[in-house]
Design a protein around this ligand. Structure first.
Ligand SMILES: NC(=O)N[C@@H](O)C(=O)O
Ligand code: NI
Length: 169
């Protein structure tokens, strides 16, 4: 089944998380009016698998850079993954659009949806949201990633049989 690629908007992505963008975002001036703060565009979710985690090894939010090779199309979406213990945010750094594939459902993926994100739109997958790993376009692209480091199983994969097809452009 071929996935229809929709433009990414805050409203269309709301069931899966937040779109990190300045467009129509709440902002206020800081630093004596020299900086506009687009405030709390998304929240980092951090969960513990069990409550007896000590202070030393409790989970924490980390910031990484993912350098993603461009995918080749048509592309077969044959798996999705989810992170039940934490959110995961991707902010594009290379000035290129990219594709986002997510699915409804908790225990297993339900309805899949595909979006095209502009070079100035980031996404924050809420904890437990099914998504496909990065789908970079045109060239190798860097993404700033904010997600969870900690104990417990925080990456669950599910194979899609039959796979879905992404046709681009
Ligand atoms: N595995 C990993 O760190 N990255 C994935 O979670 C991803 O969504 O790209
Ligand atoms: Ni992920």
């Amino acid at each position: 089944m071929t996935l229809n690629i929709e433009p990414l908007t805050a409203e269309s992505f709301a069931p899966f998380g937040e779109v990190i963008q300045t467009e129509s975002a709440h902002s206020f001036l800081i630093n004596n009016g020299t900086t506009e703060r687009f405030h709390a565009l998304a929240a980092v979710e951090l969960l513990e698998e069990n409550s007896d985690v000590t202070r030393e090894n409790h989970c924490r939010a980390i910031i990484s850079i993912f350098r993603a090779e461009a995918r080749h199309f048509p592309f077969s979406v044959s798996m999705l993954e989810k992170h039940p213990l934490g959110s995961q945010a991707f902010i594009p750094l290379s000035g290129e659009p990219y594709l986002v594939v997510v699915a409804t459902g908790m225990d297993s993926p339900g309805q899949l949806r595909a979006f095209i994100a502009t070079a100035t739109q980031g996404v924050n997958y809420r904890a437990g949201v099914w998504h496909h790993p990065l789908l970079a376009l045109h060239k190798t692209c860097d993404f700033l990633v904010v997600d969870r480091q900690g104990s417990g199983v925080n990456c669950i994969e599910d194979d899609l049989d039959p796979p879905y097809l992404l046709i681009y452009p």
